[in-house]
Design a protein around this ligand. Structure first.
Ligand code: AMO
Length: 467
């Protein structure tokens, strides 16, 4: 970790009254010099300033141990009455869990901690007081019900092991984006208030848009395609999408982060899968490196999937499932139970838990999906399954106007309702394809999280609109 960023001293005289009436100190007098994870044997004897929260306070009478938590972990502050100024000892007695504090002190050696170092304070300043917490956020305390935790999500996220989930998620997205940028993709931002469904009408949220009816976008599907027709060779978008799923399940939320990319001039759907497997390989590899401490905290040994990922056809997946006791016919959806069974079969049979399932039936795929030239009744499409769950859907798209209109009609849509999307295909649309990856699903599968809400910063489900 780099050295902490400097704060600016912006405390004006007139602001002081606010601090005085709250009984706390302005932060401007405390320039943080180190993060908790930088307090090691290497800096013994140094005078430092730490800023953070009172995580744990152990009162042993003549000595108190304060565990200070900041953005990068925890550090022990030893407060022996005989060795610290009197006011420091007195202030430490006022500390409650989650009091915001600045600690000035000297780094000293200790053989009781793996870091080999702790801090002997010369000054403790209270930056803000904390009321009694409604939930426990110290590791190892009794598990609190998820719903209660989500009610207090802001405090819940202070718990290091919960916070770590989203630092890992940040890195997964960051390095996937990095890979696309290196490969000439342009980041775009498309409307989320839209006039038509892209993935079928079943789970659309309606919006009153002045005098008209509009919808919340289920996917940037049409717009990311149109931007290729607009002359961008490759585009991506990482943004919220909305699905009015009526039932609460462990793998659905009503708003999630969709990681979409779309690429022009492909020779087939294989190009899209190749881009995805390389992007994920890069993202996993870099995340394993950069988020090593967060992964360790969660006890996760992140296995970087080898390129190329295994590919099997939909019909082969159906066979595997039927051999395992299911009774599926062609055109049946691979339901969550089927995905889970495949999640057990794949590692045994193919030695991997990252598998592309390709060539889904026309009936199961949206109207914009390219029919297969090799497999009758099937499409040039795929899902990526990871540890027994679909995390990505993708395909080659139809770029030929007449075929596109025909497929829209075949799905029961009136092409007139989609002219804004269909018309541009009359003017030399490039062959193209792309995919949508669920960021929360990717995170939950990597971290072995059972419920998608835990991998969603502020989840929206059938019953939850706050915080
Ligand atoms: P699809 O509808 O399969 O495809 O969605 C793509 C991926 O998004 C994730 N996902 C969800 N995550 C959380 N909660 C939900 N309710 C939810 N629904 C879907 C899954 C899924 O694989 N336009 C196409 C993509 C494309 O072809 O480019 C689409 O949206 O990880």
């Amino acid at each position: 970790m780099d050295t902490p960023p400097n704060q600016f001293n912006l405390i004006e005289e007139f602001e002081m009254d606010y601090y005085k009436s709250a009984g706390v100190e302005p932060i401007g007098n405390d320039q943080r010099t180190h993060y908790s994870n930088q307090v090691t044997k290497d800096i013994i004897g140094k005078d430092i300033v730490l800023i953070g929260w009172t995580h744990i306070l152990r009162d042993k009478g003549k000595i108190k141990f304060l565990i200070l938590r900041d953005e990068h972990g925890t550090v022990q502050i030893a407060i022996p009455q005989a060795k610290v100024p009197e006011d420091v000892f007195e202030t430490s007695a006022q500390l409650k869990p989650e009091t915001a504090i600045a600690v000035h002190g000297k780094v000293v050696a200790t053989n009781q901690l793996p870091s080999g170092a702790e801090v002997l304070p010369t000054k403790i300043r209270i930056l803000n007081t904390a009321e009694r917490l409604p939930i426990d956020i110290v590791e190892g305390k009794v598990d609190i019900e998820l719903d209660t935790r989500l009610n207090y999500r802001v405090l819940d996220l202070r718990k290091p092991s919960i916070n770590a989930i989203f630092r890992i998620q940040h890195n997964l997205v960051r390095f996937a984006r990095e890979y696309l940028e290196k490969n000439d993709f342009v980041e775009i931002h498309t409307p989320k208030i839209v006039a038509a469904a892209t993935e079928g009408g079943a789970n659309l949220f309606e919006v009153q848009y002045f005098e008209k009816k509009a919808y919340l976008a289920q996917s940037p599907q049409f717009y990311k395609q149109l931007m290729l027709l607009a002359g961008f060779g490759r585009v991506f978008e990482i943004a919220p999408v909305f699905r009015a799923e009526k039932h609460n399940t462990r793998r659905h939320v009503n708003e999630y982060t969709s990681f979409d990319f779309e690429m022009a001039w492909i020779s087939g759907v294989e190009d899209v899968m190749r881009m995805e497997e390389r992007m994920l390989n890069h993202s996993f590899k870099k995340t394993k490196e950069v988020a090593a401490s967060e992964l360790e905290l969660l006890g996760i040994d992140l296995v970087v999937p080898k390129v190329p990922f295994k590919r099997i056809k939909y019909v082969e997946a159906i066979d595997l499932l039927n051999n395992a006791g299911k009774d599926l016919k062609i055109n049946d959806d691979l339901d969550p139970e089927s995905e889970q069974i495949l999640g057990q079969i794949f590692p045994e049979k193919f030695g991997t838990d990252m598998v592309f399932i390709t060539h889904y039936p026309l009936e199961l795929r949206p109207a914009y999906t390219m029919p297969s030239m090799t497999d009758e009744g099937m499409t040039e499409s795929f899902d990526l399954t990871y540890k027994g769950m679909e995390i990505t859907t993708g395909s080659q798209r139809i770029h030929l106007y007449d075929l596109l209109v025909e497929r829209f009609k075949a799905k029961g849509f009136n092409p007139e309702d989609f002219t804004f999307y269909l018309d541009p295909f009359k003017y030399g649309a490039p062959p193209h394809g792309g995919l949508g990856l669920g960021v929360e699903r990717l995170t939950m599968q990597i971290l072995g999280i059972d419920n998608i809400r835990e991998a969603t910063l502020l989840p929206r489900d059938r019953d939850r609109l706050t915080p």
